[in-house]
Design a protein. Structure first.
Lengths: 198, 703
């Protein structure tokens, strides 16, 4: 029993703490290779609002938004408004939802996903820098590079696609505020979904 | 024959009737939701809706429970799920007018994966809700609910849902005996509410919460489950410290947050189980704490054991110098040093003595552990709470003292005279001396060794027993050393005539021990008990005198013998009159005589218009303890209450108690302290949490 406890304690200690990107402060910088092999860095997108979407294709809460094409629509809509949409998968190899670049591209094709880029983050470095906890978990960064929204995609914490559009989409509302040059009304919310499989 | 057509017609009618009913039933079955039973087995969770009442009465408020059983390795979520996860949602479709409250959740557990905190239940858990039946209800009262919940293992999360139907009908509103245990357990698993104000302070990215609690030294571990996500980081390691009157939780704050209040659930693990307290802290100064008691630390059973064992060993060693043990040991040791003992015989005696000592301490320890596990609240030296044991020990020490004084000698098996009671030679003698020494040592052990032996009671039983054995080993160690090391024996003074004087001197500590025990007896059993005890002492003294006279070959043994016999014949009658235990005294810590809380008794008192002061307390409730040591302990209050014929009723909520929980629920009070005064005219007054003598005496004043 003591052994089990010590082992459990060791695991807890060994797990790197999640940082918390703070709304109102510069978003943590990162540079990574996307599924197409291109380098994606936050600094390169200064001047444009950026939306980060944490994903895991096997998570029911992610499926809620992809099965009916709703997330794809949001991606298209945001990009039309001049925003950059980066989908990030921080699933570790061997864990649920982890995909290698080839599998990511196949999945995107099959789903008709339309982000600016899809970044695999198998070490969880980007996810931990932002404090991404759930899939989906959304972050909105304004054109100055300041984090202006962190939290849930909307206020309907269910896995039921029927609930989409019932309430308020926080991420899109934040983007609209950014575009209008207004402070973001709801700047944080409790993200809901599956835990990120670091 | 003529009857046949008639029969046929009738049969056809019955068949048609049956068919109609069958079709109606089938229709009802088909139109009902697909899973409309009270139980549903989903791929990863079994959910069941249960009711405390089979047939609720109109106007009644009763409880229902949602029993959720995740598969092994899977978990469902608390209402405030932490970094990820979702609370269980319910959409009710009930008979008109039936109102169901939101679910109340049991105390959750933490489940951290990759730095993500989940507030979960990894086993069967029961969510409770209250249902209000409308006054005009009659007939069927079905409760139907669509449930959505999330169930996860360490890899994946699966949302599941089910529709459950509880087909209730109106009736007598009596509790279903079959569900009683389940609901009692479910209520016991609910958090209780701390009504005392908690404080928190945040500085330099840390939040510190001070939660007023009594008995913090018993807490082994704790976790604060924050509700909101703008207070402390869910997954941040929490540093738990304590003061005598509070538990202090410290953890990293959510960056850039400035909460005005911190709400959450404090989960406490104590030797007697896990409990939860709902806490709301507001901004204020927070004291500095000290680490949780080392002996209570769940993280270090091994180190707790080693510490306790070491202390017990040391304590046993020191016990040899105590007035109860030293005389026995020293005489025994000197007798061993006597010439004529072979090496082997000396070793054998040493081992036998050790065996005797360890056997007694381990047996007493085993009994103490068993009593403690049975919830009798006993500690080490529990046997000393019984005045009869004290009496026995007193008589024993008296007899040993008289033996040392030379009133009589022990003569067993024709061994030469001059041997002290504690100095019979041989392995057998050594063994019994060991048991005697250990038994006589117990009154000295109690206060002296409280720490280590208290720890032994909360350790795993085997480790606890080892601690008690360690005490015995420590006690036996000097004699064992003398038995095994000839050099030590040689260093002991050579026996001689001086030993008789030494023995007489040792009478003093022995009789002092007897005196101390007589004092304890007086405290426990009162003057009457003490007098009886001294009568016994007289009998023993006379008996031994008679024995001594016989041993010295004197003929004048008749008088003491006669006195002893008369006294001995009277003794059994006297013994029966000794009070069983000091525990019969009224509630400790309060000067008020009280009765234990029971709703039935309270109803009876109210019906009889007896003014009643009802209060609830718990070992962990700080304000309760303060009041019990303050206003409630005052003589003025006790006198005023007695004069006014006030019955005092106490509910002890230290351990979960369904009757108390239900009572508080009914009064709309989740927590304690709670002080109620039921006046003779039927009015009920709720008193403030801090009681004063004035307030209480005023209550008792007529009019």
């Amino acid at each position: 029993m003591i052994k089990t406890f010590l082992a459990a304690a060791a695991i807890v200690i060994a797990a790197p703490a999640l940082a918390n990107a703070v709304v109102g402060q510069p978003a943590p910088a990162f540079s990574a290779t996307d599924s197409m092999g291109r380098t994606q860095s936050l600094a390169a997108y200064k001047g444009k609002p950026v939306i980060l979407e944490w994903t895991n294709a096997d998570c029911p809460f992610v499926k809620k938004f992809y099965s009916g094409g709703d997330m794809q629509k949001l991606q298209t809509e945001a990009r039309k408004q001049g925003a950059v949409w980066l989908t990030i998968n921080s699933g570790a190899p061997g864990k649920q939802g982890h995909l290698d670049p080839a599998a990511i591209n196949a999945k995107m094709k099959a789903q008709g996903s339309a982000p600016t880029a899809y970044i695999a983050d198998p070490t969880g470095e980007i996810g931990k820098a932002f404090g991404a906890r759930t899939t989906p978990h959304l972050f909105v960064i304004d054109s100055a590079g300041t984090l202006v929204y962190a939290g849930a995609i909307d206020d309907q914490p269910t896995a039921d696609p029927a609930d989409i559009g019932k309430g308020r989409n926080y991420a899109m509302a934040a983007l609209a505020d950014v575009k209008a040059g207004k402070p973001v009304q709801v700047a944080t919310s409790r993200a809901y979904g599956c835990s990120v499989k670091y | 024959m003529p009857k046949a057509p008639c029969l046929t017609v009738r049969t056809a009618y019955v068949l048609e009737h049956m068919l109609k009913h069958f079709l109606l039933a089938l229709f009802a079955l088909l139109t009902a939701p697909a899973f409309a039973a009270s139980v549903s087995q989903q791929p990863n969770t079994r959910v069941e809706l249960v009711s405390e009442v089979k047939a609720p009465a109109p106007g009644q408020r009763f409880s229902i429970g949602l029993v959720m059983t995740p598969k092994p390795g899977w978990h469902t979520y608390w209402k405030y799920p932490g970094d990820s996860g979702i609370e269980t949602r319910a959409t009710w479709a009930n008979a008109p007018g039936m109102a169901v409250s939101p679910f109340r959740y049991p105390v959750p557990e933490t489940y951290v994966i990759s730095g993500i905190m989940n507030h979960v239940y990894g086993h069967e858990n029961v969510l409770l809700a209250e249902v209000d039946v409308p006054q005009n209800a009659s007939g069927a009262l079905p409760l139907q609910v669509k449930l959505d919940w999330l169930v996860c293992d360490d890899q994946i999360c699966v949302p599941e849902s089910a529709t459950l139907l509880l087909p209730l009908t109106t009736g007598d509103g009596r509790a279903d005996p079959a569900q009683q245990a389940r609901f009692a357990d479910a209520r016991a698993a609910l958090p209780r509410t701390l009504t005392e104000p908690a404080r928190f302070a945040s500085e330099k990215g840390r939040i510190r919460i001070e939660i007023p609690l009594a008995g913090t030294e018993q807490i082994r571990a704790a976790h604060f489950f924050a509700i909101a996500d703008d207070t402390l980081l869910f997954a941040a390691p929490q540093t738990i410290t304590r003061t005598d009157s509070a538990l202090i939780i410290e953890a990293d704050a959510v960056p850039a947050s400035s909460p005005q209040a911190v709400e959450g659930l404090l989960r406490i693990e104590r030797a007697d189980g896990v409990m939860g307290l709902e806490v709301r802290a507001t901004l204020g100064a927070v004291a500095a704490g000290q680490p949780l008691a080392a002996s209570a630390g769940a993280a270090s059973v091994t180190s707790a054991f080693l510490t306790a064992f070491g202390l017990a060993l040391l304590g046993g060693l020191v016990l040899n110098l105590m007035p109860c043990v030293f005389p026995i040991l020293s005489l025994k040791a000197l007798s061993l040093a006597r010439s004529g003992h072979s090496e082997a015989a000396a070793r054998k005696e040493g081992l036998a003595y050790t065996a005797g000592v360890v056997l007694v301490t381990t047996l007493l320890g085993a009994a103490a552990i068993m009593l403690a596990r049975a919830g009798a609240g006993a500690g080490w030296a529990f046997q000393l709470q019984d005045p009869r044991v004290i009496l026995l020990l007193m008589l024993l020490t008296l007899a040993i003292g008289l033996n040392f004084a030379g009133l009589f000698e022990m003569q067993l098996g024709g061994v030469s005279a001059g041997q002290a009671l504690a100095a019979k030679p041989g392995a057998k003698g050594a063994f019994w001396t060991g048991t005697l020494a250990a038994f006589v040592a117990t009154p000295c052990t109690g206060p002296f060794m409280a720490g280590a032996l208290g720890a032994a009671l909360v350790l795993p039983p085997v480790a606890g027993l080892a601690v008690f054995a360690g005490l015995g080993l420590g006690l036996a160690l000097p004699f064992l050393a003398i038995g095994f090391v000839p050099a030590l024996r040689r260093r002991l003074p050579k026996p001689g005539a001086w030993m008789v004087t030494f023995r007489r001197i040792l009478v003093v500590p022995m009789l002092l021990t007897a005196l101390a025990l007589a004092w304890v007896l007086g405290r426990q059993a009162g003057a009457e008990g003490l007098t009886l005890g001294l009568l016994f002492a007289l009998i023993v003294g006379l008996g031994l005198w008679w024995l001594g006279l016989r041993q010295h070959g004197s003929g004048r043994t008749l008088l003491p013998a006669a006195v002893a016999i008369v006294a001995a014949l009277l003794a059994p009658a006297a013994l029966a009159r000794l009070p069983q235990s000091a525990a019969a005294e009224p509630q400790a810590g309060s000067g008020l005589a009280s009765v234990a809380f029971s709703p039935e008794k309270l109803a009876a008192l109210n019906a009889a218009s007896t003014p009643t002061f009802l209060y609830f307390t718990a070992d962990w409730c700080l304000t309760c303890k303060v009041n019990e040591k303050g206003a409630l302990a005052s003589d003025a209050v006790a006198q005023a209450f007695e004069k006014a014929g006030v019955t005092v009723m106490v509910g002890d909520w230290t351990r979960p108690d369904p009757a108390i929980a239900r009572f508080l629920e009914q009064r709309g009070r989740a927590g304690i302290p709670l002080y109620l005064f039921y006046a003779a005219d039927g009015t009920v007054e709720e008193l403030p949490q801090i009681l004063t003598v004035d307030q209480l005496t005023k209550l008792a004043r007529p009019g």
